[in-house]
Design a protein around this ligand. Sequence first.
Ligand SMILES: [Fe+2]
Length: 311
Amino acid sequence: MTTTLTTTTVPRRSPQGAGPRVAARTPVGWIDEPYTRFTLTPSSPTIGAEVHGLTLAEPLDDATFAELHRALLEWKVLFVRDAGLTTEAHHALGQRWGQLETHPFMRYVYDTQSEDLPAVVRFEKGADTTGFENTWHSDVSWREEPSLGSLLHAIEVPAVGGDTLWADMAAAYDCLDDDLKARISGMTAVHDWWTSFGRGMEQEQRDALREHFPPVEHPVVRTHPETGRKTLYVNAIFTQHIVGLDAEESDALLEVLYRQATYPEYQCRFHWTAGALAIWDNRATQHYAASDYFPQRRIMERITVVGDRPY
Ligand SMILES: [Fe+2]
């Protein structure tokens, strides 16, 4: 796969108007090496690729894992159909990326964390619990160190509906016009879980958790720690306001920035089949779980890898 565009050749355009939204897939200077351990089918020009010829039931050798990680950096989200994963193999695969995250609120909100493998979160949606992750977001951006990424495994899925969409937030940043890029350069924003997870909690729980997870401030544009690429880092669930702006100005600017994730040109969409696995780079993307399958069942297991502090 060869990259033909660099960020310097991307046409400049209004962040809100019609016209081309053509972005580069990898940063300037990135060298595209061929993949030797598997093949990829792109889902869109810049984000998402389905991996073929990879068996995940057994541990990956180091060279194959290194190539898979490189593919993740280059495509931001990878899909493996019929991954052949048990919960334990899924857990072990996640550990190849580093320390696993235990989500502090899942047991209050979903009560679905595994006792044996607490890093595995099981989402069971259907007649009793509807899906409500249908707002564009980057996971746990309210943490000081938001996650590196997640591995989401489909256990049971509806015949139709329940797709997940991902947005390439580096492409979204690159296609902002220069004035807007200059305006948001150096800005920071406050992220908090209070207005999302906090709403489903008892007051006492919320107050106790608040001490451990106070609001955090992150750059509006973060630098990807491995690719060096600039990435738009505000999201409609967790970002509260931009530091130093009054509420009206902050809301108006955030509205424009949130909207960037909603453009199809920066997105890919995955139709799940049972046994499929998606691995995404949470530092480079936002995602949206379509909630269109109620009351059909959708059961997923998620493993999340600890990341580092955005800069
Ligand atoms: Fe999420």
